[in-house]
Design a protein. Structure first.
Length: 229
């Protein structure tokens, strides 16, 4: 799929533990189309987080091809991987990982400044995203002053701040109660669609997965279901 935002071919990852080789990913072929939101389902230990770490270029040791927004990224050096992450990817984790000494707006402004945005434009972008997520009245609050759901909304805004081609989300509402998780997840899907980004979302929640465009399943390191769009 030449126009895929994300494409992996033969993606594999193994570890050696106690003299035994453990295969975590076993030749995963995957493609995500522009603007497509794909759920990645699987129990703990199935390889979901390892797959996201691979396509997020967060660590090495993988075999196979990883193409992100047209760039063959698997063999890039550290600087090259950093550039692809900065320019093409956004991340949302189970825990928000906000900077505690900065307020909501500043947490969304900072990645834009790293990307080269002017401060006024970054402020306007942050304010717009946070307001769309219902946080227009919380712009100057620090993470410790926000609820769990509000913290995750800020994390979503931060991930989208630089208009990435692809969002990678690892159990993005896993730390929230069911009611709050539903609200935040609906807002996440709405904003990702409005922004035009694609997303690969790891989750164990079948109900949330059903709201996405396509559902893939990992079982013992192998992808089950339709891996290409």
């Amino acid at each position: 799929m030449s126009d895929a935002v994300l494409q992996t071919i033969g993606l594999a990852r193994s570890f050696t533990q106690g003299g035994e080789t453990i295969e975590v990913l076993r030749g995963v072929d995957l493609a995500v189309a522009p603007g497509e939101i794909v759920a990645l389902l699987g129990p703990s230990g199935s390889g979901k987080s390892t797959l996201l770490q691979a396509v997020g270029l967060l660590e090495g040791g993988f075999q196979g091809s990883i193409r992100i927004a047209g760039t063959e990224a698997a063999k890039l050096d550290s600087h090259g991987r950093t550039v692809v992450r900065r320019d093409s990817l956004g991340f949302v984790y189970q825990f928000h990982h906000l900077l505690p000494d900065f307020n909501a707006t500043e947490n969304v402004v900072l990645p834009q400044l790293v990307h080269g945005a002017e401060r006024d434009a970054a402020d306007a972008r942050a304010t717009d995203l946070l307001t769309q997520l219902g946080l227009g009245h919380r712009l100057t609050h620090r993470p410790s002053q926000l609820s769990g759901g509000e913290q995750q909304r800020v994390a979503v805004a931060r991930a989208l701040a630089n208009r990435p081609a692809l969002i990678l989300a690892d159990e993005p509402t896993g730390n929230l109660d069911e009611t709050t998780a539903d609200i935040v997840f609906v807002e996440f899907l709405r904003l990702v669609r409005e922004e035009g980004s694609a997303a690969l979302v790891a989750t164990h929640n079948e109900r949330l997965a059903a709201r996405m465009d396509r559902v893939l399943r990992l079982h013992e390191g192998r992808l089950q279901g339709q891996g290409t769009a």
